[in-house]
Design a protein around this ligand. Sequence first.
Ligand code: MN
Length: 203
Amino acid sequence: MAFTLIDLPYDAEAIAPAITAETFSYHHGKHHQAYVDKTNAAIEGTDHADASLEAIIAAARGSNQGLFNNSAQVYNHGFYWHSLTPSTSGPSGDLAAKIDEAFGSLDALQEKLASAGAGHFASGWVWLAEKGGKLSVEETHDADTLVDQGFNPLLTIDLWEHAYYLDHQNARPGYLKAVIEGHLNWDFAADNLARGTAWTYPN
Ligand code: MN
């Protein structure tokens, strides 16, 4: 079963100026597409040909770095598109309660995401995640992902330069501020928390 490039869940212009349509044209249309194509090429005719993306990621971790990198990036980017929304609403209900419990306040969580993302060396991802009923901010390097590591990922932000360079040049903190304050999809996070198991890549 070949994987597909999922559509953006909003218009490519909808997140601007934090993330512009030009960035999406490369980031979604070229980078994510390339990860999909390379994953499909690597699994064709192998034991992985009919496996889920999440099973492929888990099997490839530590044994097939090329397949791990590409399949994890397919997952991470699909998850990232859904972590963004044209206009943010703010968390409520159980999600808001768990944020207060873990971080003290939404402001404190936002500051932690911003500082972790800004301080992350080179490429990677910053996440809000749940494990054992507790929320935490996590970082993964390069293509690494949380989906096969016992976490229920709630939100992620791409820290690779290709995510922000066209719009913010070297100013990763400006990109993070714009996304964190204006475009995090708390409804997606709440759905992930309520489901209790990690989001799966749609095919
Ligand atoms: Mn990316």
